[in-house]
Design a protein around this ligand. Structure first.
Ligand code: PMP
Length: 379
């Protein structure tokens, strides 16, 4: 049997306690037993999101919650801003386009962060903007955006701020209410340490006002139906019962450790990983002033195909890291430090990355990366 080390920025490994919760006998979803767990998950997610706003649960991956945000807030022809610095920022644009929403796009070069001033200027020029869509941690490039600064700008306008924190939540500080985020969306398979398949959205009272006016088509993803059924400790349709039980356990683990401690530990792992990459003579792909703690993007040296590196690591050593997406395919690889990924997994990943790159002809001293990694952890 092959042993796997999953170091991708989603899905991430699942702790054994969460897996065994998921494996419990199936509960019927219209019972008080399930209702209690479901309501505790909703309440627990308020802690994870740091919000007093409504939290809704969607059966579907992170993109389902993104699409739910678009269809519940808007009407055809509405004007919005999409501030994107990578593949997942662009996803907001693609969803809006699919529904006939008019997008004013702020596109930042991949590897750079969004400048909140650009959003401020566009909002000043166009008073019809209904919503600003952006990304907390842009998983495709490794950037973390300054959501707090963006929130300060958007809150003074009629527009709502919608943030994708699918890869950031739990491991990278995110304060929904303090940062004035009206709708935040996340998925189960990253910081939440669960299998893929569930997503969540927070909805502020400012956002609910838009929901009341929204006419885009929706049925399964209807926020109003979701909110109403929470009052009865239910979901509108059959939820992914086992995933809800799993996430209930994961939230318990997160609460026990506290978000503050998780943010600090993740930052340390991220620093150690960056040190390792530099000690190996490699370059970090993105602007390091705005680098996230959840994923390290590594530029491949000239002539090295990142996809081949990923394939060899996976097939020969059981180590899964991610390649580049879109225009970065082959040019970068990405190592995650989120959720249940820990220092032991990272030492294994870094050490075999050294081996594979050396085999491909890169001048790397075996042990240089892992040594730097250990040194930072011991500081
Ligand atoms: N946004 C971000 C920042 C992500 O990292 C991802 C998943 N990689 C998504 C959105 C999409 O989520 P999903 O694949 O769960 O639909």
């Amino acid at each position: 049997m092959k042993k796997y080390f999953l170091l991708t920025p989603g899905p991430t490994p699942v702790p054994p306690e969460v897996s065994s919760a998921e494996a419990q006998p199936i509960l019927h979803h219209r019972t008080s037993e399930f209702g209690k767990i479901f309501v505790e998950v909703i309440e627990g997610m308020k802690y994870v999101f740091q919000t007093k706003n409504d939290v809704l649960m969607v059966t579907g991956s992170g993109t389902a919650a993104m699409e739910a945000a678009v269809v519940n807030l808007l009407s055809a022809g509405d004007e919005v801003i999409v501030a994107s610095c990578g593949n997942f920022g662009d996803r907001w644009e693609n969803i809006c386009n699919a529904y006939g929403v008019k997008v004013h796009k702020i596109a930042v070069e991949w590897g750079q962060a969004i400048n909140p001033k650009d959003i401020e200027n566009l909002l000043k020029q166009n008073k019809n903007i209904k919503a600003v869509f952006t990304t907390h941690t842009e998983t495709s490039t490794g950037i973390v955006n300054d959501i707090e600064a963006i929130g300060k700008i958007v809150k003074n306008t009629d527009a709502v701020l919608v943030v994708d924190t699918v890869s950031g939540l739990v491991n990278q500080k995110f304060l929904t209410d303090e940062w004035n985020v009206d709708v935040a969306v996340t998925g189960s398979q990253k910081g939440l340490m669960c299998p893929p398949g569930l997503s969540f959205a927070t909805v502020s009272s400012k956002a609910w006002q838009l929901v009341e006016k929204s006419t885009l088509p929706k049925f399964y993803l209807d926020f109003k139906k979701m909110r109403k059924s929470i009052d009865n400790k239910e979901t509108p349709f059959t939820p992914a019962v086992s995933l809800v039980v799993a996430i209930h356990k994961a939230i318990e683990i997160i609460k026990e450790k506290t978000l503050q401690k998780i943010w600090e530990d993740t930052e340390k792992l991220a620093k150690a990983t960056r040190a390792a990459i530099k000690a190996m003579g490699l370059k970090i792909f993105c602007d390091e002033k705005h680098i996230s703690n959840v994923v390290t993007p590594i530029s491949m040296p000239e002539g090295i195909d990142g996809q081949k590196v990923v394939k060899t690591l996976r097939e020969e050593f059981g180590v899964s890291i991610a390649g580049g997406q879109g225009k970065l395919r082959g040019k970068i690889v990405r190592i995650a430090h989120m959720g249940y990924i820990d220092k032991t997994d990272l030492v294994v990943g870094i050490s075999f990355l050294e081996v594979v790159l050396k085999r491909f002809g890169v001048n790397i001293e075996i042990g240089s990366g892992t040594k730097a990694f250990q040194q930072v952890l011991e500081e």
